[in-house]
Write a protein that binds this ligand. Sequence first.
Ligand code: PLP
Length: 396
Amino acid sequence: MKVYADNAATTKMSKAAIESMLPYFDEVYGNPSSLYSEGQKAKEVLTSAREKIASLLGCEPREITFTSGGSEADNQAIVSGARLGARKGKKHIISTKIEHHAVLHTLQSLEKEGFEVTLLDVKPDGIVDTQELKNAIREDTCLVTVMYANNEIGTIQPIKEIGAICKEKGILFHTDAVQAVGHIKINVKEENIDMLSLSAHKFHGPKGIGVLYADKKIPLSNIIYGGAQERGKRAGTENVPSIVGMKTALEEALLNVEENSRYILKLRDRLIEGLGKIPHSILNGDAQKRLPSNVNFCFEGIEGESLLLLLDDKGISASSGSACTSGSLDPSHVLLAIGRPHEIAHGSLRLSLSEQTTEQEVEYIIKSVIEVVEYLRSISPVWRDLVTGKNKFILK
Ligand SMILES: *Cc1c(COP(=O)(O)O)cnc(C)c1O
């Protein structure tokens, strides 16, 4: 059986999204900046995609900037917030320890330029403590950036409340909503969001295309200079086919969002129940305040990489830590932030489902993970030391 359970890494494109793109490769292929009719046709398509996406997010079309994906949108949002702050002498930024590297590494580069960054801890359930956020706010805080939903453990943050805190203090608020858009209904204005990043390939759209929503009061800074596309804020000929594909995928995802999440949530909870029966295991992140698609466990005495390889042999695609961290020996910064010790964090497994996942697939995953964990433990010297009492178990 082939089971794709890594939808937080990327998703299979929807047929409707693929089909909607096709005419814009060889029929309407003009450059939207060209004045002749072939260019103007492309421009019209761009305009209508922008309008549609804006209406789906609850903002105005001019507040939508097309980018090359979630990473670029995160970079531009944070750099913009920082530069605006610096002009007023405010150089303090607040974020969290569980952000995606697109946020964390942007913040690190700003620190080298003299900005001060406070990274909030999260509670053991993976949720930000809003009182701690309030306490961290200073006179010179210019930007707060907190992700909507975590890519590893799926926890959903109290975004509206965080936005309200920032609004009251006159601080810009950005959220990396790459894991949330298309999976949860979001209205940027109602949720007090000043800037939001999204990426099409996380909701069955094409890779390499995304959006930065920024409230019209925010003068975005460029991070890519050149032509006057995107009101001069993001140079480069627009990726018309991908923008159309993103629009189609988002419309489709949101049209069915409630029905899909009810369905996926049932599968998720079945997985959590099934895998929770494995002795000396623990669910990472709050059991309820998490994406309907996300399951993340740690298994004591197991190496995450070996688990993945053996699951791959059984046809299951899953992940351990995030795609960006795998390949390095460091355990996930997110699992460390929720208090998992190194040796436990190393034995993690993330399964991320979609509406295409079936009940049979979920049962197959449960059976396979149980088998593989048992096998790996049976050959592990670390496990032997735990069983013989030489070392103490950390997980119950
Ligand atoms: C995937 C992801 C990104 C990066 O998006 P790309 O479009 O792949 O650049 C950023 N943040 C989060 C939370 C993600 O899951």
